[in-house]
Write a protein that binds this ligand. Structure first.
Ligand code: NAG
Ligand code: NAG
Ligand code: NAG
Ligand code: NAG
Length: 758
């Protein structure tokens, strides 16, 4: 089988980056390593015990050399798949026209998260892992994917916020749980479909802001903020979804580079969350070498030893490979330290079925026929439609039948690869807004008018002439990867270049004018919000291969939008009010507060904003008004499992479509209280549910499940406690319904956060 594969690829003129060890006839076949009845840990220990020291060191970096004499192939730990199998060191797309020359390209996470649809996320991840296996089976991808990015989008300037599911830690936690379920083929399955990697652990959300570079930035974070905001997505990923690996970040937290931090990598990750020895930690790429930039290690052998001993198993880079021999010679590490790291990595590969004979390995059957199937294409389309978020509509949308011609204007009007954002692969096709408008039957003109960040207005006249000649105008702009990127934060959240000038001149023409606002980070839409001639604003993120089609579906009224902003859209002045480097969340004399939870100003558009083409009325059914803390806790204890995940209550919400068209609806539930310690957030998201295709006049029931952890308050020591007092449930944004309830009894601590070293 393997021989045939290699022969085929040799004939096709490509070199396979991956091969499977031969567990039928190879040198390992008769050993415990290939015994599928034994435990992954026992098999991994058996394998690693056969390595010489030089062989150990040869397998400590992202590009592991394997052990030729044992028939253990070289392996690359670094593949990517943020929203589809993505170009990366471990992934090789075939030349155009051949099998494996593309993979389904879903919208970027910031748009998929706007759907507030957990099942959608799991379905998307299931398709991605299927396609990843197909690529791996022909040696074109690894089995380990350095995805997802789950640092909460704390500051609107962050260049990589687009990769995340937004600013709310509860929402990000739900997203990542469902994503890992889909990627890994279940929650802690016996055989992983692929191995995911939650990154960047921890406190990473600055690229390079005004000279503060991620490779040397020290994030000062209180235990309370770490436990309640920065780490819940990682707890969900590690403790609850059982992710196979975690990436430690470039930055330091409270003086210690993350990849050298035993409090993060041992106390919290392994001891508190139960990240066991079938799971491993990789450094971000070259983060071990960056200990020098942090002035934390005197030289590279010390950096390698410190990282390894703290619990970083794989060095994405070459610092381990080049320096561990010297570190051994200097007695900074032991051979056993290196063996432990490798046992973790290879136990994980064993759980991926890497050492199983092909015949007994179900994922080995997945092939090119399973890539970009009609179902996958349709899911990419659905994901984009569900995430589109309507921020403003004076009634021009959906376009009436009298609109026959459209002027498509702006730097995103004919977007193709732009729609993929970053960490992208090669898409099978990319349908731009312009192409989709034509396909939808509109007479369509295309005029760029200006660029993303251009101050040249020589294109304005042509754009205005096109607007005059059309029944309606669609301006497509915002930001893109030329403005927000890895390694690059923004200094301003104003619409870049002269796009706002052009929109304002187009508005003066007086035609229906729809603004499509693309990009992952927000720009301040205040001028568009207040301009009565701007008929509508639709936020489109990075919508992926079907982006244009999805947008035209909404504009033409084929579907009603129902996405919600997963971030706050701040006024432009926000960036002057707090430095990006201030990691604190609550408002203070030097900080207006971060995210909808803590911001004390007035956002341009609030977290959770999103209109539809119909109207909804909500009613709570049979909601209780009083809960006993002691009985909640005793029921939770009896159920077993982490107490913060134990149920508080499930609220039944009757969602009544009072308008004239069918639409999805996202029910958002927040809680507000002044019980427990100050400071008090404005409100906190505790549950959400997307109900599908609610017909005009129809009422459907949505269930909002709320856990004890969502009602508890986190104190300065990072532990969560249930406090007696008054609470309010707030439904929808803007709030459409409130319900008061009371917690009675005495306060009870439900989690015990590990104390940081003093
Ligand atoms: C495989 O491992 C199992 C469990 O440890 C053991 O019972 C069995 O004898 C092993 N089989 C072989 C062929 O070594
Ligand atoms: C290290 O890995 C490379 C690539 O597989 C291999 O050629 C070399 O022999 C390995 N070195 C040792 C000491 O095993
Ligand atoms: C391994 O990681 C390093 C560090 O970023 C990178 O430069 C290199 O290309 C990677 N090598 C492979 C083969 O993936
Ligand atoms: C809005 O359009 C009308 C023409 O219909 C025009 O007279 C008016 O100046 C425009 N207002 C703005 C703010 O552009």
């Amino acid at each position: 089988m393997l021989a045939t594969l290699l022969l085929c690829s040799a004939l096709a003129g490509m070199t396979n980056a991956y091969a499977f060890p031969d567990c039928v006839n190879g040198p390992l076949a008769k050993t415990l390593v290939c015994n599928t009845s034994a435990s992954p840990t026992a098999r991994a220990k058996a394998l690693i015990s056969m390595f010489t020291t030089a062989e150990l060191i040869n397998n400590t970096d992202n590009a592991s050399g394997g052990v030729p004499r044992l028939g253990l192939p070289a392996y690359n730990w670094w593949s990517e798949a943020l929203h589809g199998v993505a170009s990366s060191p471990g992934v090789t797309f075939a030349p155009k026209g051949q099998d494996f020359s593309f993979a389904t390209s879903f919208p970027g996470p910031i748009l998929m998260s706007a759907a507030f649809d957990d099942e959608l996320i799991k379905e998307v991840a299931t398709v991605i892992s299927t396609e990843a296996r197909a690529f791996n089976n022909v040696g074109r991808a690894g089995l380990d994917f350095f995805t997802p990015n789950i640092n909460p989008f704390r500051d609107p300037r962050w260049g990589r916020g687009q990769e995340t599911p937004g600013e709310d830690p509860f929402h990000v936690s739900q997203y990542v749980f469902n994503l890992i379920d889909g990627l890994q083929g279940g929650i802690d399955p016996e055989m992983f479909k692929v191995a995911a990697d939650c990154k960047h652990f921890a406190g990473y959300d600055i690229e390079n802001w005004q000279g503060n570079d991620r490779t040397s930035f020290n994030a000062i974070i209180s235990t309370q903020d770490l436990s309640s905001y920065y780490l819940p997505p990682f707890q969900s990923c590690v403790r609850d979804a059982h992710v196979a690996s975690v990436m430690c970040s470039y930055n330091a937290v409270n003086g210690i580079p993350s990849c050298a931090d035993t409090y993060l990598l041992q106390t919290i990750l392994r001891d508190y969350w139960g990240f066991n020895n079938e799971r491993w930690v990789t450094s971000d790429c070259d983060a071990i070498a960056n200990f020098i930039d942090h002035k934390f290690s005197p030289d590279l052998p010390h950096a390698a030893a410190t990282g390894l001993k703290a619990g970083t198993d794989v060095d994405c880079g070459s610092t381990f490979g080049n320096n561990l021999q010297q570190a051994l010679d200097m007695s900074l590490v032991t051979k056993a330290d290196i063996q432990t790291a490798l046992e973790r990595q290879y136990a994980s590969l064993i759980r991926l079925g890497y050492f199983n004979p092909a015949a007994s390995q179900p994922y080995r059957q997945i092939s090119w026929n399973d890539v970009n199937t009609p179902a996958a294409q349709s899911l990419a389309h659905t994901a984009a439609v569900e995430g589109l978020t309507l921020l403003k509509n004076t009634g021009a949308l959906p376009f009436s039948k009298s609109i026959k011609s459209l002027a498509l204007i702006g730097p995103w009007a004919d977007a193709t690869t732009q729609m993929q954002g970053n960490y992208e692969g090669i898409a099978p096709f990319l349908i731009s807004p312009f192409a989709a408008a034509q396909a939808a039957g509109f007479e369509t003109t295309l005029t760029a008018g200006t660029g993303i960040n251009s101050n040249d207005d020589s294109g304005f006249a042509a754009a205005i002439a096109a607007a005059r000649a059309a029944d309606a105008v669609v301006f497509a702009g915002g930001i893109d990867n030329s403005i927000e990127a890895e390694g690059r934060d923004r200094d301003t959240i104003v619409w870049p270049g002269n796009q706002l000038d052009l929109i304002s001149q187009l508005a003066a023409v007086g035609k229906p004018l729809v603004v499509l606002q693309f990009g992952g980070g927000q720009v301040d839409d205040a001028a568009l919000k207040s301009n009565p001639n701007v008929s509508a604003i639709l936020h489109g993120g990075y919508p992926g291969q079907q982006g244009g089609t999805a947008v035209m579906d909404v504009l033409s009224g084929k579907v009603s939008p129902a996405g919600r902003l997963p971030v706050t859209q701040y006024p432009a002045s926000y960036v002057d009010a707090v430095p990006m480097t201030d990691m604190s969340l609550a408002s203070s004399s030097s900080n207006p507060g971060r995210t909808y939870k803590w911001y004390t100003g007035t956002p341009t558009y609030e977290f959770g904003t999103g209109l539809s083409f119909t109207t909804f009325n909500l009613a709570l059914q049979g909601a209780k008004t009083s809960y006993s803390i002691q009985s909640l806790v005793s029921v939770g204890r009896a159920a077993g499992g982490p107490l913060d995940l134990a149920p508080f209550d499930t609220f039944n919400v009757a969602v009544h479509n009072t308008g004239k068209v069918a639409s999805d609806f996202v029910v958002l539930g927040f809680v507000k209280t002044t019980a427990g310690p100050a400071p008090f957030p404005n409100k906190e998201l505790v549950s959400y549910s997307r109900v599908k295709s609610v017909g005009a006049g129809q009422t459907v029931s949505a269930k909002l499940a709320v856990t004890l952890g969502s009602i508890a308050r986190v104190g300065e020591d990072g532990s969560a406690t249930l406090y007696p007092g008054e609470y309010t449930l707030l439904l929808d944004v803007p709030t459409g319904l409130t319900h008061s309830f009371r917690l009675t009894g005495t306060q009870e601590q439900i989690t015990h956060w590990p104390a940081p070293p003093s």
